[in-house]
Write a protein that binds this ligand. Structure first.
Ligand code: ZN
Length: 462
C-alpha cells in the first residue's frame, strides 16, 4: 500500500510468519520495505527534481534522459535476476536443509540442549531463522552493493548491517514464537492442523498491520510532518477534507529516509489507533507540493477504498486453500522422503510433519506455493494500486491546477528516483510487479480526465 513498488507490509508479515522473510529481503534489492530496510538505497542521484520528462511529442508518458535510461535498464535487469534467483534459492535452500538432514540434525541438537519441549522448539526455530537469513545474505549484499553503485542507496555498510541485524532480531523475537505456535498446532491436531494454522494466521495478520507502525522507528527516524513542512500540511488537509479521510496532522509523519536512500515514497499503514500516513523526506520538499498532494491522494485512496481489509479478506480466502493444498503436498513429501530426511515420527501419531524438522517440510511446501502464487498476489496488488492512482488523481481535482500534469510529473520523479525501467518486459511485470509499471501509471494519468466535457470521476461527484 505504498506509492513506490515496495512490498505491502502485511505481505512481509505473512512471509515472516511462514519463515519466508529471507526470501523477501533477497527479493528486494532496490525498493526494499522500510521495515526490513536493507536495500532501500540511493545516491548521488539528483533529488529527482522534475526533470523535463516528456521529451518528444506523442512520446511515452514516462521517459528518462539517455544516461539515466541506460542505468535504469541495467539496474532493472540486476533487480529482476536477484529477485527471481533469490526466491528460487530460498526454495532450494529449504530443500537442502531437509535433504542433507541438517534439519533433522538441528532437531537432535535442540533435544540434547534442553529437556523442555518448548525450549527445544524455540532453539530450533531461532537457529532456523538465523540460518535462512544467512543463506539469503549474499543476495542482500549484492542488492545493496548495486543500490549504492547506482546511486539509489546512500546507506553505508555499517548502518546497513545494523539494519539487517535488527531485522533478524525482530524476526527471532516475533517469528520464532509464531513458528513454535504453528508447530504446536501441528502436533496438537495432526490431521486438521492446516485449519488451526489458518485460524491462527488471521488475527496475527491483523495484529501485524496494527503493530507495524510501532516497529518502524526501530529502523528509521520519524517526526511530525507539520514540524518542518507546515505549508505542505495545510495543503494536505485540503485533500484530506475532500477525501473525507480523518487523518489529522498528528497522524502525518515525515520519515528521515534521506540518510539511507534517494528513492522517494510515501505510504499509509496501521489500522485503528495506529493508522497514519508517512511521507519520506526525500519526497516532501524535493518534489513540488502538488505532486506530494497527488501521492497523498493515492495513499488516502487505499484507506477510503478499504484496501487493507479487502486485502486481509482476500488473503484469508487464499490462505485457506493454500494451507489445505500445502498440507497435502507436505504429507506427500513426508511419505516420499521422510525416511531419507530422517524425519522423526510422532510417538503418538503417524505424522512426521509434527516434528521440528517435519515442520520445515511444511514451510517448504508453503514457500513453493508462495512462489507460484506471486503473480496472482501481485495482480491483486496492481489492481488496488491502479484504483488508488485513479482516486489520487480525482482527489486533487480542484486543488491543483492540472491533475493530469501533476500525476505524470510525480510518476516521472518516482521512476527517475528509483531508476525504474520505462519498458519492462510483460512477463517481468506480470510476475514481479506489485504496482503497475511507472510507464503504465504515467500513461494512464496522462489520459485520465473524467471532468472533460462535464463528466465526473469514479469516486468524487465533482
Ligand atoms: Zn499504493
Amino acid at each position: 500500500m505504498t506509492f513506490a513498488r515496495r512490498w505491502p507490509l502485511a505481505f512481509c508479515f505473512i512471509l515472516l510468519l511462514t519463515g519466508l522473510a529471507p526470501r523477501l529481503r533477497a527479493a528486494l534489492p532496490a525498493t526494499a520495505p522500510s521495515a526490513q530496510a536493507p536495500a532501500a538505497q540511493a545516491a548521488q542521484a539528483q533529488p529527482a527534481q522534475s526533470q523535463p520528462a516528456a521529451p518528444q511529442p506523442a512520446a511515452q508518458a514516462y521517459s528518462l534522459p539517455p544516461d539515466r535510461l541506460a542505468k535504469a535498464i541495467a539496474l532493472s535487469r540486476i533487480r529482476n535476476i536477484l529477485d527471481i534467483a533469490g526466491s528460487l534459492w530460498g526454495l532450494v535452500f529449504l530443500w537442502l536443509l531437509l535433504a542433507t538432514r541438517a534439519a533433522a540434525g538441528l532437531e537432535a541438537w535442540a533435544r540434547r540442549i534442553s529437556r523442555h519441549r518448548w525450549v527445544q522448539g524455540l532453539l530450533f526455530f531461532a537457529a532456523f531463522l538465523i540460518i535462512t537469513t544467512l543463506a539469503s545474505l549474499p543476495f542482500d549484499i549484492i542488492g545493496h552493493h548495486f543500490g549504492r553503485s547506482y546511486g539509489i542507496s546512500v546507506q553505508g555498510w555499517g548502518s546497513w548491517l545494523g539494519d539487517q541485524s535488527k531485522a533478524l532480531g525482530l524476526s527471532l523475537l516475533l517469528g520464532a514464537p509464531i513458528l513454535l505456535l504453528f508447530n504446536w498446532i501441528v502436533r496438537r491436531w495432526p490431521r486438521r492442523y492446516w485449519l488451526g494454522i489458518w485460524v491462527a494466521t488471521l488475527p496475527l495478520l491483523a495484529l501485524g498491520i496494527f503493530v507495524s507502525p510501532l516497529l518502524e522507528p526501530i529502523f528509521n527516524k520519524f517526526e511530525p510532518l507539520a514540524k518542518n513542512n507546515s505549508a505542505l500540511v495545510a495543503e494536505l488537509e485540503k485533500v484530506a477534507a475532500r477525501t473525507g479521510t480523518n487523518i489529522p496532522p498528528e497522524r502525518m509523519f515525515l520519515m528521515k529516509a534521506s540518510i539511507k536512500t534517494n528513492g522517494l515514497n510515501a505510504y499509509v499503514n496501521g489500522i485503528g489507533a495506529t493508522k497514519r500516513i508517512v511521507v519520506w523526506d526525500t519526497t516532501a520538499g524535493r518534489i513540488p507540493n502538488d505532486e506530494v498532494l497527488f501521492i497523498f491522494g493515492h495513499e488516502s485512496g487505499h484507506y477510503v477504498l478499504h484496501h487493507i481489509p479487502k486485502m486481509l479478506a482476500g488473503m484469508a480466502v487464499a490462505l485457506f486453500f493454500v494451507y489445505w493444498a500445502c498440507a497435502g503436498f507436505a504429507a506427500w513429501l513426508a511419505r516420499r522422503f521422510g525416511a531419507l530426511w530422517r524425519l522423526q515420527g510422532q510417538e503418538d501419531g503417524p505424522a512426521p510433519l509434527s516434528s521440528r524438522a517435519g515442520f520445515v517440510v511444511l514451510l517448504f511446501a508453503i514457500s513453493v506455493a508462495g512462489f507460484l502464487l506471486t503473480p496472482a498476489s501481485n495482480a491483486f496488488s496492481r489492481h488496488f494500486e491502479h484504483q488508488a492512482d485513479v482516486y489520487g488523481q480525482e482527489a486533487i481535482h480542484g486543488i491543483v491546477a492540472d491533475p493530469q500534469k501533476t500525476a505524470v510529473a510525480a510518476f516521472n520523479a518516482l521512476g527517475e528516483a528509483w531508476l525504474e525501467d520505462p519498458n519492462p518486459s510483460p512477463f517481468i511485470e506480470f510476475w514481479l510487479y506489485n504496482h503497475p509499471s511507472v510507464q503504465t501509471r504515467a500513461s494512464f494519468a496522462a489520459h485520465y480526465d473524467p471532468w472533460a466535457n462535464g463528466g465526473r470521476g469514479q469516486f468524487f461527484d465533482k
